[in-house]
Write a protein that binds this ligand. Structure first.
Ligand SMILES: [Zn+2]
Length: 469
């Protein structure tokens, strides 16, 4: 029985027509949305979701996946959990439309979170506390809050009897914070049938950004830098700390890291980045150089000032960040081995093999061995699509003075797995994000203001209606 039920559930998820989905182009019996009720339910759901500790490693997303599945099933939306590994989980649910538009839209989020050291937090990080008009806890912004907005928007559409012309597929993965091999990576490899009819995907990575002068823009991430994580291993003679050789594993490694960090990576202003700064410059009313960043970066004084900002720097060149360092554990013993890891991020289009060669020649020490720990080339999505137009229509409707600005993300998300399958994937959640709030993601006191959260839910319902019309 259990097997049969699961099969039916997954078939329904995979896009097979369901009787009674309604006539194409017609709306059902509209019942309106009780926003107060919906908002309170969404707040309680997010608090509960935060309390289910999905710190990755180890992830343990299964309980959260089951909880989200039950939420869909209670409203009659077919949903199923998938277990890529013991205690790991993925949840998928499908809100059937009229079938008039056969291209489903995917609302993608991830259930796992990064660890949270309670020191420095004003509330315990897994309390889901509701305090001072905010919902507190690890995952409030990354990525449980956006996941709840997607889920509750689907419930709202169903309850209100709004018939969309296309199916909406909710997918919450695990393992995103560790690279996604047991989450989105597993899904695209083992269950591509689940999203075979999908065309567009909305994922994390962008939001309604609020600039210091209060101006807003809809930041939609269309491309991501590629990670190239490299291990460095140096070796030399072990010995007594009182009689050092001229060079040891440690001195070699330190010099290698220094040379790597001094490597001057070429500045390359991609068209996407040039256009981004043009639009931001207009919103901020300066600096004037943003109007033509490529030319402005020829002037050394401006270039120095511009690159001093880590965000700006990351937008226009490959970066190298030493992060892991280990060697001896006794002050008077020279260790035979020293190890480091560096996190390099490459601009779209840059070749990892070429970068590695350049790095090797900058280090110029063949006793320091380089090994690639992780690398993938991140494909981009086109910026001019119906999905972008729909986000533009939402902005027009909700925040008429806010333009839609395609962006490059310095980090990576699960988006690449679906972009590899030729889907149009945008990083965009319809909540407002200030620079201060961004600091709490992977940091301390992660939280979302209730007003921001519920406005995000309202905008998501509006966006689904635009996409499904
Ligand atoms: Zn995330």
């Amino acid at each position: 029985m259990r097997t049969a039920l699961i099969c039916v559930g997954l078939l329904m998820l995979a896009g097979f027509t369901v009787a009674g989905a309604g006539e194409p182009g017609k709306t059902g019996k509209k019942k309106g949305i009780d926003w107060d009720l919906l908002n309170n339910e969404a707040i309680a759901l997010l608090a509960h979701y935060i309390r289910l500790d999905t710190t990755n490693p180890p992830g343990n997303e299964l309980a959260a996946a089951r909880m989200l599945r039950e939420k869909f099933l209670a409203d009659g939306i077919p949903a199923a959990t998938i277990q890529p590994a013991p205690q790991r989980g993925i949840v998928a649910a499908r809100l059937h439309g009229t079938g008039h538009n056969g291209q489903a839209i995917v609302l993608l989020s991830h259930m796992d979170v990064v660890p949270a050291d309670p020191r420095g937090w004003k509330v315990p990080p897994f309390s889901g506390a509701i305090k001072d008009g905010q919902i507190w806890g690890r995952g409030a912004l990354d990525d449980k809050g956006p996941g709840v907005i997607a889920l509750m928007a689907m419930l709202a559409v169903k309850r209100a009897g709004i018939l969309l012309k296309r199916d909406v597929l909710f997918v919450a993965t695990g393992d995103e914070e560790q690279g996604g091999k047991l989450g989105a990576g597993w899904l695209v490899e083992h269950r591509p049938d689940l999203f075979a009819d999908a065309h567009d995907v909305l994922n994390e990575g962008g939001a309604i950004r609020v600039l210091p002068n209060g101006r807003k823009f809809y930041a939609v991430s269309v491309a991501e830098k590629s990670p190239l994580w490299i291990g460095l291993a140096a070796s030399g003679a072990a010995g007594h700390g009182s009689k050092p050789e001229p060079e040891t594993a440690v001195t070699r490694l330190v010099q290698a890291l220094y040379r790597a960090s001094q490597m001057q990576n070429q500045i390359n202003v991609l068209p996407l980045v040039q256009a981004y700064f043009y639009q931001i410059g207009a919103l901020l009313e300066g600096p004037a150089q943003f109007a033509d960043l490529r030319s402005a970066l020829q002037q050394s004084e401006f270039r120095e000032r511009f690159l001093a900002d880590p965000f700006n720097n990351a937008m226009v060149r490959d970066t190298i960040t030493p992060t892991v360092l280990s060697a001896g554990d006794k002050v008077n013993v020279i260790p035979a081995n020293a190890h480091a890891e560096i996190d390099c991020r490459l601009l779209p289009g840059d070749n990892p093999a070429d970068f590695l060669k350049k790095l090797q020649s900058a280090i110029a020490d063949d006793q320091v061995k380089l090994q690639v720990i992780m690398n993938f080339v991140s494909p981009a999505s086109p910026a001019s699509t119906n999905l972008m137009k729909a986000i533009g229509d939402l902005a027009q409707q909700e925040d008429p003075s806010a333009p839609v600005v395609p962006t490059l993300s310095s980090g990576f998300t699960d988006s690449r797995y679906l972009r590899e399958h030729k889907l149009i994937v945008y990083g965009f959640t319809p909540i407002e994000l200030t620079a201060e709030a961004t600091q709490t993601i992977h940091g301390v006191n992660e939280r979302i203001a209730i007003t921001n959260f519920t406005a995000g839910l309202r905008r998501m319902v509006a966006l689904l209606q635009i996409l499904g019309s």
